[in-house]
Design a protein around this ligand. Sequence first.
Ligand code: HEC
Length: 177
Amino acid sequence: MKKLSLAILLLLTPVLAQAWPWSQDMANQISTKPQESPDPANPGMTSFPARSVPVPGTMVNVKDAVAAEKLKNPVPADEKSIAKGGQLFAIYCVPCHGKLGKGDGYVGQKFIVQPNDLTAEGTRKQTDGYIWGHITFGGPIMPIYGNDMNPTERWHVVNYVRNVVQKAQPFAPEAKK
Ligand code: HEC
């Protein structure tokens, strides 16, 4: 009996010591690893292909709306940005905030707590980061739109709110390319 259990124990022991830890066998094979030079004469890490690393990207890792308030708007409010923001505003904001941002959109009217009038002094006084944060994280009632637009697109919307909605210019969703 003792001999038998010893034999079983031996069978179960991972005797192939070189293979230990066996869970990494697949990784530790002769193959080119990510970012490793494929040229044996020039070992080491290869440089990243152009445009594969988003170095000058916009700020994305913001914890919450409070942290977003302090963000500086990195997107210049030029004609192109405002036009793009206008298109996105028409899609994502008009249903609740209305064409002129007065908070009187058809969907918004059904709310018990009405959407804000974005042209009101209270919202005018807020920072660009506050509006960006409200789009990104939503409000107590307003849904989150951070997943529908990338960070730069959200700044375009901010630029549109600032330069068209809050300056009470006529609504212009047609973007100039
Ligand atoms: C489904 C309806 C709905 C949509 C769509 C919507 N909002 Fe709102 N929004 C609200 C409501 C309701 C409030 C007030 C309560 C709250 O903050 O949640 C609000 C509040 C805000 C505020 C806060 C204003 C302040 O002074 O505190 C901002 C800024 C804002 N919305 C911007 C936007 C922008 C920009 C879009 C488009 C990307 C948008 N909202 C889309 C319903 C909506």
